[in-house]
Design a protein around this ligand. Structure first.
Ligand code: APR
Length: 169
């Protein structure tokens, strides 16, 4: 786990907390497109033209443009509402799992995640941390080529949470 900006991470793949349109936005999505440059959006448009919107819980892969990473895995987390808490847990877990499946498919060995859905999408941070850590631990306990998964916490709150939940920094 690190406390910082995912766009600076020197890993094979960074994960973007995108929206279903794949056409960019604010938060980490905006930061990745700003730092990575227009090539990322161009590839997102191609994916969108060919496969349509990215469903919540799914993930797609593009190059990383000017970023130090080699790929960007764009995943879409759930927009939080307390009425559908359990369903949102499952969708968030799926976003992490599908991102790791895509990482294995492209042969990425090191993967960095932001705290998906905990910003604009309003997912409670502690609940999201539990879902994220369980999903990653569950996936990486099975057959995978992934060697390292990094949780990149931009905000202090998430960093303290992941520390409290036993993630090594
Ligand atoms: N590096 C790492 N994490 C970041 C960065 C960054 N440069 N910038 C923001 N974050 C963190 C936020 O602090 C938050 O903890 O990413 C986490 C996810 O927040 P959002 O980026 O708001 O993503 P999310 O809550 O999943 O909402 C997605 O927001 O930006 C739009 O287009 C995006 O519509 C989509 C929605």
């Amino acid at each position: 786990m690190v406390h910082g900006d995912i766009t600076a991470m020197e890993v094979d793949a960074i994960v973007n907390a995108a929206n279903s349109s794949l056409l960019g936005g604010g938060g980490v999505d905006g930061a990745i497109h700003r730092a990575g440059g227009p090539d990322i959006l161009a590839e997102c448009r191609e994916i969108r033209a060919e496969h349509g919107r990215c469903r919540p819980g799914d993930a797609v892969v593009t190059g990383a443009g000017r970023l130090p990473a080699r790929w960007v895995i764009h995943t879409v987390g759930p927009i939080w509402s307390a009425e559908q808490a359990d369903e949102h847990d499952r969708t968030l877990a799926s976003a992490y799992r599908r991102s790791l499946e895509e990482a294995d498919r492209i042969g990425a060995r090191t993967v960095a995640f932001p705290n998906v859905s905990t910003g604009v999408y309003g997912f409670p941070k502690r609940r999201a941390a539990g879902v994220a850590i369980a999903a990653v631990r569950g996936y990486t306990s099975g057959a995978t080529g992934i060697e390292t998964v990094v949780f990149v916490c931009f905000g202090r709150g998430n960093f303290d949470l992941y520390t409290e939940m036993g993630c090594a920094s």
